[in-house]
Write a protein that binds this ligand. Structure first.
Ligand code: FPP
Ligand code: MG
Length: 304
């Protein structure tokens, strides 16, 4: 972990300690830091340490959203550790999410109103996206555009807001940075969808093949459903929203391989990433655009 990323981690811990609440400190101690993608981007965009408390605010919001998401998805494992809902129950996880979320908003009031509005509006959209995700789990969704729009809301919007806010602090073209953040965010979630299928639990830090069982018809499943016909297609649809046996997972893996679905999904993630990269090609800071290109490349080829 770089020095500045460590400063963000310390700031997050400060903000939680600052609550002066024993229960919150106890729950916080069970949670692992994630990849901190949002902070990494913001630190690259803004060289001044002014951005560090803002990174902490964004990470608290992200963490709050994951606490709620793990309740919604009934998930037991996150970042290789048992979730708060698994350890202490849904009620504690929901309330701890609300505590982190409201603390983040309190801290946000100390920033420029432009930043406060961009972030607040992003959380609004994020929640609308998660509600769409819930609604879409009722029945298999074939509509790629509808899926990508939900991904933008659920994941892209907070990464977009992080890039806009950090760009604003740095005095860079924050609109272009926002376009980059949006693309990177959507591509990030598509890569997440791929890894759910290609990697195992030990690598992911959460169960593999969880998405389809949770009622998520992610891009690989949308593409596969288009390639299949008749009985094989019916078989795919019959597995939606149910916990698959080892044999059924084997069948799915065979079908993904047969139709080269993952390669196609990767190409889509690449196209979306490239759209974002073209927006920042001519940004007024070459170091920033070069490092963001590096992050975008790393995220596409990541394994967890
Ligand atoms: C993970 O998706 C979930 C999100 C990126 C967003 C969740 C948003 C909310 C719960 C809205 C509430 C917001 C606040 C701030 C209280 P996933 O389930 O596809 O990914 P996973 O496999 O990592 O769980
Ligand atoms: Mg989830």
């Amino acid at each position: 972990v770089s020095d500045r990323l460590k400063k963000v981690q310390d700031k997050i811990a400060d903000m939680v300690a600052n609550l002066g609440d024993e229960n919150s400190s106890k729950l916080f101690a069970t949670i692992e830091h994630g990849k901190m993608l949002r902070s990494k981007l913001m630190l690259k965009i803004c060289g001044s340490d002014e951005v560090i408390p803002l990174c902490a605010v964004i990470e608290l919001i992200h963490l709050a959203s994951l606490l709620h998401d793990d309740v919604i998805d009934n998930a037991d494992l996150r970042r290789k550790k048992p979730t708060v809902n698994a350890l202490y129950g849904d009620r504690s996880a929901v309330m701890f999410g609300d505590i982190l979320y409201s603390k983040a908003f309190y801290e946000l009031t100390f920033f420029d109103p432009f930043i406060a509005r961009v972030v607040a509006s992003a959380v609004n959209t994020l929640s609308i996206g998660e509600l769409e995700d819930v609604a879409m789990s009722a029945i298999f969704n074939y509509d790629e555009a509808k899926y990508l729009s939900m991904l933008y809301k659920k994941t892209g919007v907070l990464i977009e807001a992080s890039c806009i806010a950090a760009g604003f602090l740095a005095g860079l073209d924050h609109e272009k940075l926002g376009v980059f953040g949006k693309s990177l965010g959507v591509a990030f979630q598509i890569v997440d969808d791929i890894l759910d299928i290609t990697e195992d639990e030990a690598t992911l830090g959460k169960p593999a093949f969880g998405d389809f069982a949770e009622g998520k018809s992610t891009l690989p499943y949308i593409y596969l459903s288009r390639a299949l016909q008749g009985e094989t297609r019916d078989k795919l649809l019959s597995l939606f929203g149910k916990k698959c046996s080892a044999e059924e997972i084997g069948w799915l893996k065979d079908k993904f391989a047969e139709f080269e679905t993952i390669t196609q999904v990767k190409a889509t993630a690449m196209d979306i990433t490239n759209e974002g990269l073209s927006a920042i090609k001519h940004i007024d800071n070459e170091v920033v655009s070069a490092t963001l290109l590096e992050i975008a490349k790393l995220q596409i080829s990541r394994k967890f």
